[in-house]
Design a protein around this ligand. Structure first.
Ligand code: PBG
Length: 325
């Protein structure tokens, strides 16, 4: 007993209802967050060259998109801003009438049921493209914290539902939590990109968000892709500082990291299926080399199987449509 021919693994794979009954991992529209790029100006809806079907929207064009996302049953969007003015300290990131602050208010009006999550990072707002204040050629951690806290607070004041720091400065979750609590936003969650690797998979995003560093790279603050124990230490810190949701990014090349974090912590885990992961699929699909729909469902299912609860993905609208077909 215990082996072939008594045991036949194929019995439970015989037909589709059988397979559905024994499926261990499910992917639903509730799991998805859709990223949106908001740009200064009016009447803009510009496709990102390296990310087919992903657009930069000005605030006036954004509301229709937000309504469409909500109508598809997607619960949340994640906003990135491209301001008109960039300077050394990213001033337009924390102005009450900044591009994201306006976008939050517009979306909340157009689609009140849609959760608005905002990216907290200065790289799109600084002239040098770094994620904070640069001193002697490197990002100064402690000087940056105050600016991140101001940015998060101004998003909260504009009506954001969740703030998502992605800068990888040490201590930013604590700084943001204190700023929010100090102004009465005690119930506003922080989704921390606790584990963010210095990754070539962000290439197309930097196109979309116009945030290419003007010199050097981000390896002095984003993680080395070879490390996984360090990822657990990052999560420990952010959890201790009050993070409500833990993000791991990128997703596909880091499924082992997602699994490890899942097995070690009980917080909700989000994984970011990043721009490079999206663009590779789109490029191959446009040549007819792969079946886009099947590949996307397989990739996103693998991210859930690894242990993620939530997936940030540029495929979210397509997936939402496929799931109701
Ligand atoms: C930083 C940020 C980045 C991404 C999300 N937030 C880029 C970076 O660190 O260079 C990447 C997302 C993607 O590639 O889809 N604001």
């Amino acid at each position: 007993m215990g082996g072939f021919p008594q045991v036949r693994m194929r019995r439970l794979r015989k037909n589709e209802p059988m397979r559905r009954l024994f499926r261990e991992t499910s992917l639903g529209v509730d799991d998805l967050i859709y990223p949106l790029f908001v740009i200064h100006g009016r009447g803009v809806r510009r496709e990102v060259e390296s990310m087919p079907e992903v657009f930069q929207y000005s605030v006036d064009k954004l509301t229709r998109e937000a309504k469409e996302v909500a109508a598809l049953g997607i619960n949340a969007v994640l906003l990135f801003g491209i301001p008109q003015e960039k300077d050394e300290v990213g001033s337009s990131a924390y102005q009450p009438d900044g591009v994201i602050q306006q976008a939050i208010r517009a979306i909340k009006k157009a689609a009140p049921g849609l959760l608005v999550i905002t990216d907290i990072c200065l790289c799109e707002y600084t002239s040098h493209g770094y994620c904070g204040v640069v001193v002697d050629g490197d990002v100064d951690n402690d000087k940056t914290l105050d600016l991140l806290a101001r940015m998060a607070l101004s998003h909260a004041e504009a009506g954001a539902d969740i703030v998502a720091p992605s800068d990888m400065m040490d201590g930013r979750v604590k700084a943001i939590r204190e700023a929010l609590d100090g102004s009465g936003f005690i119930n506003l969650p922080i989704m921390s990109y606790a584990v963010k690797y210095a990754s070539a998979f962000y290439g197309p995003f930097r196109d979309a968000a116009q945030s290419v560093p003007q010199f050097g790279d981000r390896r002095s603050y984003q993680m080395d892709s070879a490390n996984v124990r360090e990822a657990l230490r990052e999560v420990e810190q952010d959890v201790a500082e009050g993070a409500d949701i833990i993000m791991i990014k990128p997703a596909l090349a880091y499924l082992d990291v997602i699994r490890k974090v899942r097995d070690t912590f009980n917080h909700p885990i989000a994984a970011y299926n990043v721009s490079g992961e999206y663009s590779m699929v789109k490029a191959a699909a446009s040549r007819g080399w792969i079946d886009e729909r099947r590949i996307v469902m397989e990739i996103l299912t693998s991210i859930k199987r690894a242990g993620a609860d939530i997936i940030v993905t540029y495929h979210a609208k397509d997936v939402a449509r496929w799931l109701i077909e």
